[in-house]
Design a protein around this ligand. Sequence first.
Ligand SMILES: *[C@@H]1O[C@H](CO)[C@@H](O)[C@H](O)[C@H]1NC(C)=O
Ligand SMILES: *[C@@H]1O[C@H](CO)[C@@H](O)[C@H](O)[C@H]1NC(C)=O
Ligand SMILES: *[C@@H]1O[C@H](CO)[C@@H](O)[C@H](O)[C@H]1NC(C)=O
Ligand SMILES: *[C@@H]1O[C@H](CO)[C@@H](O)[C@H](O)[C@H]1NC(C)=O
Ligand SMILES: *[C@@H]1O[C@H](CO)[C@@H](O)[C@H](O)[C@H]1NC(C)=O
Ligand SMILES: *[C@@H]1O[C@H](CO)[C@@H](O)[C@H](O)[C@H]1NC(C)=O
Length: 430
Amino acid sequence: MRTQLIFLCISLLILKSESLNCNENNPQGHPSDLRVFHINSPCSPFKNQASVSWESELLQDKARFQYLSSLAVARKSSVPIASGRGIVQSPTYVVRANIGTPAQPMLVALDTSNDAAWIPCSGCVGCASPVLFDPSKSNSSRTLQCQAPECKQAPNPTCTVGNTCGFNMTYGGSTIEASLTQDTLSLATDVIPNYTFGCINKATGTSLPAQGLMGLGRGPLSLISQTQSLYMSTFSYCLPNSKSNNFSGSLRLGPKFQPIRIKTTPLLKNPRRSSLYYVNLVGIRVGNKIVDIPTSALAFDPATGAGTIFDSGTVFTRLVEPAYVAVRNEFRRRIKNANATSLGGFDTCYSGSVVFPSVTFMFAGMNVTLPPDNLLIHSSSGSTSCLAMAAAPINVNSVLNVIASMQQQNHRVLIDLPNSRLGISRETCT
Ligand SMILES: *[C@@H]1O[C@H](CO)[C@@H](O)[C@H](O)[C@H]1NC(C)=O
Ligand SMILES: *[C@@H]1O[C@H](CO)[C@@H](O)[C@H](O)[C@H]1NC(C)=O
Ligand SMILES: *[C@@H]1O[C@H](CO)[C@@H](O)[C@H](O)[C@H]1NC(C)=O
Ligand SMILES: *[C@@H]1O[C@H](CO)[C@@H](O)[C@H](O)[C@H]1NC(C)=O
Ligand SMILES: *[C@@H]1O[C@H](CO)[C@@H](O)[C@H](O)[C@H]1NC(C)=O
Ligand SMILES: *[C@@H]1O[C@H](CO)[C@@H](O)[C@H](O)[C@H]1NC(C)=O
């Protein structure tokens, strides 16, 4: 009902633009750090696209969730999705990548739950992007032939005219048709020759990130797998808040400069869905009480895709219904003298001055207590605050818990595949 009030304060932030620090070339002493920014941040070139309400963010999240659920249960490569509205959230965080020789700069979305990379290419039919990669202007570009080993790793590869390797894939409500291409990729100061990605020739739907996507998943075609000798399957990121007027968010590739003192939990492998980063969430504490959650709601099961993943593309954490209800009920129980209301799709909201309990995710070997900024979302007037989590949407026969970007912001999340672990430490990158 009061959803009109619930907009991010985009206009306010634009007024403040003189004090912005949008200099991308200012790494904090780590030459291979890439600036990461939120797609709607004041520093983002995409920022005029949208002022996003909670409602639409949750709706997009729902579609993203559906998509992830289909990933979790789908057999290899085929990822069908029936999204009624045809929208799926484009990943919300973007980095700069230079492709080709001479370099053509692109701003690609990060997606920790996907492997392939794809870039809209010149001549693309249906690509909404104003920035297209032109392989004919790059002297290091080549289209891969059907016999290339990489062709077998592409999603649904086909051999097309001239014996070139193409692939079709679905991304949320959109489809792309791409040719498998290799070219030089430059990230910060690093040069990656012969990087394999999809050059999009044709696209339908509206859920594709504007200038392409870079998959940071664990499968064979992902950036992480292609750069094994350079980055040793190790990276970390710190996601800034959407309102951050600063480029201090970063993607740090490789084992150098990674935090040494960091809490970690083992990464779990789901052979049926090799791109997702599964962890073992064993419990959730609200205040000092370990909430009573049925074991089955948190259990990892590769056969069904059940379990908990970290995802950079979902905004609000989603828990399977029995887990969410238990957490929410305990959260509400601890707030005396006030009754929860609903607002913009969240069901545990309070107005006025309320003391909120803490929430701790208990992973195997690692407890993470969320600071208020990762736990609560505030209405733009500041008068109402809601628990920024939700149950898995109904109608999605879901078994997946997703630890989403709002809960990861201002933390460094380390993915260390050689040691099969995921680490978390607090870091201010707002
Ligand atoms: C490719 O282009 C770069 C930069 O424009 C140039 O320095 C290089 O010599 C070219 N290489 C070839 C093989 O033509
Ligand atoms: C993609 O699918 C369409 C329709 O099924 C087909 O005509 C086309 O050849 C496919 N392209 C590639 C590259 O697989
Ligand atoms: C890149 O691919 C080309 C063509 O196959 C090859 O000649 C070249 O050695 C490769 N470069 C690297 C660094 O792998
Ligand atoms: C921007 O980030 C730097 C750290 O990189 C921090 O010192 C500064 O306070 C931040 N500025 C704003 C406005 O958030
Ligand atoms: C909360 O709701 C209950 C039941 O409707 C009511 O009795 C109680 O007075 C309400 N408490 C506050 C603080 O509004
Ligand atoms: C996490 O918290 C629980 C409950 O407070 C405690 O029993 C457990 O030892 C903690 N685990 C770690 C790794 O600190």
